[in-house]
Design a protein around this ligand. Structure first.
Ligand code: ATP
Ligand code: MG
Length: 392
């Protein structure tokens, strides 16, 4: 039996002239992910990507799992192939779907042929394979309206394929097809989710983490590296930029009124993020901000944070409830790591009464006590870069 994985393309199929370049990105991303797992052949034909094992060690279960996390794919199907012969197709369906047929109470066959030279029409083929399956598994009745199991038969260019229900793919657009952004990654629940959501729109991301050693510990940094590693299943390989933030925070503590600490700190984050963006051709800054969640996420506070950058600040979680964010964090597998109890630089020197409605000119005036340029330069020059998702 010919074990194969079929991937159906998502939104890419709506693209016009530039569709080829989206497909190219997708195929590259797929090949990168598969490389880590083993030796596979992958090719694209008629809006479908085919993945076959290239040797006997290729782990098809692992490949299947990995493909459910690649953006740009609408559905993932584990299938078996055979020659384009009605009898061979029926035999394959009987053998390959044995367990599905034995555990379902009802079924129907949905046949599709993209090869119009095939001797039977789709309806005739469905009826023929359905009849053979019903005979082989008499306990499973035919129900064309609400079947428990739908058997898919696809007659394509090179072969015919049989599979059961498709598994939903990760959706979205291939990573890299919509440019580059920097994403502010803390150790919390929110920012891994915002990173995932913007990667899903096809953006290749550079995670930036602000690290305030010794106020925040090595464990807090390791946690962020682990979160980024988990995200590579969706985002592909990345280089985390770990920015030394201690001196900036100490300067703010020493020279600014306490109620402005967080606001001014966040303006520094944006300036440094912009610097990193410029150095890497990135065109946006992504954050996990959520309207009203904390004092620094009021409209006034966000206006003051965003005033220091010309780049668009993408906040995919802005209108979501915590519960929805947690649901996504669990789905993508970052939740358990996010709730590990290490401090973040935002919790260092937190004001007791943070300003929630800052005036832009006030913030700028208070900040002028600091040598902003020099502090940003110093932090930028001290960046440590950590690669995740590379085979090393
Ligand atoms: P999260 O759960 O992502 O930590 P949060 O609700 O705790 O978010 P804040 O601490 O106010 O919110 O941070 C808002 C956003 O700022 C975060 O989602 C993240 O994008 C960014 N951010 C906060 N702290 C850091 C940090 N130490 N390094 C990088 N980005 C950070
Ligand atoms: Mg946080």
């Amino acid at each position: 039996m010919n074990d194969i994985i079929l991937l159906k393309l998502g939104e890419i199929v709506l693209k016009g002239l530039n569709r080829r370049s989206f497909e190219q990105k997708l195929m590259n991303n797929i090949k990168f992910r598969l490389q880590k797992i083993g030796s596979f052949r992958s090719y694209l034909m008629q809006s479908t990507v085919y993945i076959e094992p290239a040797d006997e060690f290729a782990d098809m279960d692992a490949a299947f799992e990995a493909m459910t996390r690649v953006f740009g794919i609408a559905s993932v199907n584990r299938a078996a192939g055979c020659e384009k012969e009605p009898e061979a197709i029926a035999r394959l369906a009987i053998e390959y779907l044995r367990e599905d047929m034995l555990s379902a109470a009802s079924f129907k066959v949905e046949a599709k042929r993209s090869d119009k030279r095939f001797p039977l029409t789709s309806i005739q083929l469905s009826q023929y394979v359905g009849g053979e399956l019903a005979e082989a598994y008499p306990q499973c009745r035919v129900d064309v309206h609400e079947p428990e199991l739908t058997v898919h038969v696809e007659v394509r260019d090179l072969a015919a394929y049989v599979h059961a229900a498709p598994t939903p793919g990760a959706g979205g657009m291939p990573v890299g097809s919509n440019g580059v952004g920097v994403t502010l990654l803390s150790g919390g629940i929110d920012s891994p989710v915002s990173t995932y959501m913007i990667a899903k729109r096809g953006v290749r991301l550079i995670p930036v983490h602000f690290f305030s050693f010794p106020y925040t510990s090595q464990q807090a940094k390791d946690k962020v590296v682990e979160l980024a590693e988990l995200l590579t299943a969706y985002c592909g390989r990345m280089t985390i930029e770990v920015v030394p933030f201690t001196h900036i925070q100490e300067e703010i503590r020493d020279k600014c009124p306490e109620e402005y600490f967080t606001l001014i700190m966040r303006r520094f984050m944006m300036r440094i993020a912009q610097r990193i963006a410029e150095a890497n051709g990135a065109r946006a800054i992504v954050t996990g901000e959520n309207l009203g969640q904390v004092a620094s996420q009021t409209m006034e506070a966000m206006a003051s944070t965003q005033a220091v950058t010309e780049l668009p600040v993408l906040q995919p979680l802005i209108g979501m409830d915590k519960e929805e964010i947690v649901r996504i964090a669990r789905k993508i597998g970052t939740f358990e790591t996010s709730i590990l109890p290490y401090e973040d630089c935002c919790t260092v020197f937190t004001p007791k009464h943070p300003k929630t409605k800052p005036k832009l000119h006030e913030v700028a005036e208070i900040e002028s006590a600091l040598d902003i340029e020099a502090l940003v330069d110093e932090a930028y020059c001290g960046i440590e870069r950590i690669r995740v998702g590379y085979d090393e």
